[in-house]
Design a protein around this ligand. Structure first.
Ligand code: AP5
Ligand code: MG
Ligand code: ZN
Length: 211
């Protein structure tokens, strides 16, 4: 099963993608997480990506596409995957479509997690993230068991550099201009879920779609 998560920054794509990955036994592939892991490890890719991420801009397609195609070519992706944060532009979607067509394959579902912009900025300031395993928390809605520490792996949680309100606003603008057109691109494959509900209710709605 190949699934794409669509939705604005902070809509809950990562939160739901983790749950999907667990339930269906497929890897969660997040380009944002890959960039943050590279940044933490001090790689050249991480340094290049940071320049764009800190401004809330997209990392250029040339850099992003190669990383994604390499990742989904790995052995653990052969039975499917859930993509979170990719594609984010029409050219990225076209590259993915072409790569899958070469394998006589295509995306099965696009889950669009719908949350209005007004709710997003509030959510972001409370987010805490684990750079080691990709888990995401919210200090009020989804707190970790021990403050500041990841439940899964014990790593110290961080506040992302791009979660400052000014940067979030730019990320929302970039989303509306460059990413939202993908809803039309994927047409019938797109299934909408109301992302303003609590985490469990959103997941139940997704499971009802995926079966
Ligand atoms: P990326 O890491 O993908 O960030 P994003 O799309 O902006 O999305 P977020 O991770 O901020 O939000 P999310 O939808 O995953 O929400 P979450 O589950 O955390 O990308 C970051 C940057 O990397 C980009 O700006 C770009 O520069 C670059 N990049 C990445 N991919 C790229 C690509 N393909 N091309 C070019 N550049 C790329 O939830 C948010 C918060 O809400 C959390 O605190 C969570 O606990 C909480 N929450 C979740 N669900 C609920 C709920 N139902 N109720 C209440 N709270 C909830
Ligand atoms: Mg995310
Ligand atoms: Zn962790």
């Amino acid at each position: 099963m190949k699934i794409i998560m669509l939705g604005a920054p902070g809509a809950g794509k990562g939160t739901q993608a983790k749950l999907i990955a667990e339930k269906y036994g497929i890897p969660h592939v997040s380009t944002g997480d890959i960039f943050r892991a590279n940044l933490k490890a001090g790689t050249e890719l991480g340094k290049q990506a940071k320049v764009y991420m800190d401004k809330g801009e997209l990392v250029p397609d040339e850099l992003t596409v190669k990383i994604l195609l390499d990742r989904v070519a790995q052995e653990d992706c052969k039975n499917g995957y859930v993509l979170d944060g990719f594609p984010r532009t029409i050219p990225q979607a076209e590259v993915l479509k072409k790569a899958l067509a070469e394998l006589n394959d295509d995306v099965d579902f696009c889950i669009n997690v719908d949350v209005p912009d007004e709710n997003i900025i509030k959510r972001m300031s409370g987010r805490r993230a684990c750079v080691k395993c990709g888990a995401t928390y919210h200090i009020e809605h989804i707190p970790p068991k021990k403050e500041g520490v990841c439940d899964n792996c014990g790593e110290a949680l961080i506040l992302r550099d791009d979660d400052k309100p000014e940067t979030v606003k730019n990320r929302l603008d970039v989303y509306h201009k460059q990413t939202q057109p993908l809803i039309e691109f994927y047409g019938d494959k797109v299934k909408n879920v109301d992302g303003t509900k609590d985490m469990k209710a959103v997941f139940d709605a997704i499971v009802a779609i995926l079966g």
